[in-house]
Ligand binder design. Structure first.
Ligand code: FAD
Length: 550
């Protein structure tokens, strides 16, 4: 037997066969004392056997070198870390199917996590001792861009536009590819360097959600590799249980390999307005009034509505839209923030193109008439559609250049029913956030309409017709995130004590009770779908909802 260790793989020559072993397993074995080792040795032999068979299944696209493991054991949160045994860099969806089939058929099944960009913050795309699938390696392997734009005519003679998009694709690439055809998806996240599979596993929310629904409400069809490795096409009329399960399903039922995304003719430019409030009830009343004008085809509606807090630290611009407020207004904004502790910022957008260019200002004015923002605190910008949608990118690049992007992100994202949002403002923004005085990153506050969500999908929202999304998008130093997590804990405890029916978005629950409460009346369906599509419970173990089943 001969051992040698070329990077990135470890080859073990046994008789005439060439086997590939995960270095992490070898290190684990050789670093433990012999006394502890009889069971470890057995584990090692099993792992050796499994890995060698796995290699014969998926070939040398499996890596276990330090760099591959390091990348797969970290995410945007920089809080949680789990080492996988290996990382698959698939060259086709069949590699993923083979891996999942294999993971099911070994005596000790192992976890498999699709990783989009790893922009999760709590290890959701990790797989301890399992295999992480780097979906990014599928980009540009389809023989095309992985994004195909189609226009077709329906039975009733209506033109329907859609894009067939690989689950590994970035939304920013979907934007550019569809714009080449004068088309665009209708609903977006604030940040576009997220994958289609990653946001569809959550919901994909942003300022367009009040009118067009979350991204999961704008999917016609998907190809999915289930937890048993089967390749299934699903839609509302075909394998509907899988379709609805996967949308908002936290990666539990299958790996999305293709999604058919609804498109509409794209605008070219946007009118972009921010208005500041010192009074929360005026702010929320105005937001709610604006989101009530929400018909998909309604021309006199806004296209985007969000809101955020300006708190007493730092300049009013942040990474979400680095240069909105003119420098000349900073002093007066900061003075208001200092006076009131919190200033609420309502942000709206109306799209336009050459046909509506001459009327858009009037339309915006009509929509904003009668709003109760602070006089003199309305700011307007005009931007191209792409500049607006990709507004976070410049902030990201700036933070990256300062080494401030890859830092801990103890985020907390919540949905709060409208009837309790005033209590949340008082109990959380004023009594917790202001008092603790540590919050620096963006804090988002904006309402959306439940009617735009589909109850059959896995995503969970509060029961009321209107609910708010709250996002504490903290960025902290490596020694500081625990203080922010303490604040997050206090916020959640406040909600429980105050009887607020809060739901986490991008949820993180530590116990199965926590998950059962999270899903509420949907838990039974969620569990049933898991048994149907991933009976050994191997998919997306980093969500920590189910235990892998032997
Ligand atoms: P990952 O983090 O890699 O994966 C997320 C989960 O989905 C994991 O469980 C993973 O196993 C699973 N998964 C990944 N790919 C697939 C696939 N193809 N099939 C099945 N399961 C899969 N979210 C919003 O809704 N709105 C926002 O405005 C928004 N803004 C953000 C801004 C920033 C700067 C960041 C970092 C995140 C933001 N997010 C937002 C959160 C984002 O939606 C999540 O991070 C989400 O997980 C997508 O990230 P990802 O593509 O990197 O997926």
């Amino acid at each position: 037997m001969q051992l040698y260790f070329p990077s990135p793989y470890i080859y073990l020559s046994l008789s005439s066969s060439l086997y590939l072993l995960p270095a992490s397993l070898l290190c684990l074995f050789f670093s433990s004392s012999m006394a502890e080792n009889s069971s470890l040795f057995l584990t090692y032999l099993i792992a050796l056997f499994i890995m060698s068979r796995l290699i014969s299944t998926v070939g040398y696209r499996l890596r276990d070198d330090h760099e591959a493991i390091r990348l797969a054991s970290t995410d945007y949160g920089h809080i949680h870390s789990e080492n996988p045994a290996a990382v698959l860099y698939p060259s086709s969806i069949h590699d993923i199917s083979s891996l999942i089939k294999f993971a099911n058929n070994v005596s000790v099944p192992f976890g498999v996590a699709a990783k989009g960009q790893g922009h999760s913050t709590r290890g959701q795309a990790m797989a301890r001792n399992g295999v992480v699938v780097e979906m990014s390696s599928l980009r540009n392997q389809h023989g095309s861009s992985g994004i195909e734009v189609v226009s077709t005519t329906s039975k009733d003679d209506v033109t329907v536009y859609y894009a067939d998009v690989g689950g590994e694709q970035l939304w920013v690439d979907v934007l550019h590819a569809t714009l080449e055809h004068g088309l665009s998806p209708v609903t977006w996240t604030d940040y576009l360097y997220l994958t289609v599979g990653g946001t569809l596993s959550n919901a994909g929310i942003g300022g367009q959600t009040f009118r067009f629904g979350p991204q999961i409400s704008n999917v016609y069809e998907m190809d999915v590799v289930t937890g048993e490795g089967d390749f299934v096409t699903c839609s509302p009329n075909n394998n509907a249980e899988l379709f609805y399960g996967v949308l908002g399903g936290l990666g539990q039922f299958g790996v999305i390999s293709r999604a058919r995304i609804a498109l509409e003719p794209a605008p070219t430019r946007v009118k972009w307005v921010r208005m500041l409030y010192s009074d929360f009830s005026a702010f929320s009343r105005d937001q709610e009034r604006l989101i009530s004008i929400n018909g998909r085809q309604q021309s006199n509606a806004l296209d985007y509505i969000e809101g955020s807090l300006l708190i007493n630290q730092g300049p009013p611009n942040n990474w979400r839209a680095s240069s909105f407020f003119p420098q000349s207004s900073h002093k007066k904004i900061i003075s208001r923030v200092n006076k009131h502790g919190i200033i609420y910022c309502l942000e709206v957008v109306k799209y336009y193109d050459h046909q509506t260019e001459s009327t858009v200002d009037k339309e915006v004015q009509n929509l904003l008439n009668g709003l109760n923002y602070l006089p003199g605190f309305k700011f307007e910008n005009d931007a191209s559609y792409v500049e607006f949608l990709n507004r976070v990118r410049s902030g990201e690049l700036k933070l990256q250049s300062e080494g401030q992007w890859d830092v801990p992100h103890p985020w907390l994202n919540l949905f709060i029913p409208k009837s309790r949002i005033a209590d949340f403002d008082q109990g959380v923004f004023r009594d917790i956030v202001l008092k603790r005085n540590i919050t620096t990153g963006p804090v988002l506050v904006y309402p959306m309409n439940r009617s735009k969500w589909n109850e059959k999908m896995s995503a969970v929202v509060p029961e009321e017709d209107v609910f708010y999304t709250i996002g504490f998008l903290h960025a902290t130093g490596f020694d500081e995130w625990k203080a922010f997590d303490e604040q997050n804990k206090e916020i959640l405890e406040f909600c429980v004590k105050a009887g607020i029916d809060v739901k986490q978005y991008l949820p993180d629950h530590k116990t199965q009770q926590g998950w059962m409460k999270h899903f509420g009346s949907k838990w039974k369906t969620f569990e049933k779908r898991k048994a149907l599509f991933d009976p050994k419970r191997i998919l997306s173990p980093g969500q920590r909802i189910f235990q892998i089943q032997a």
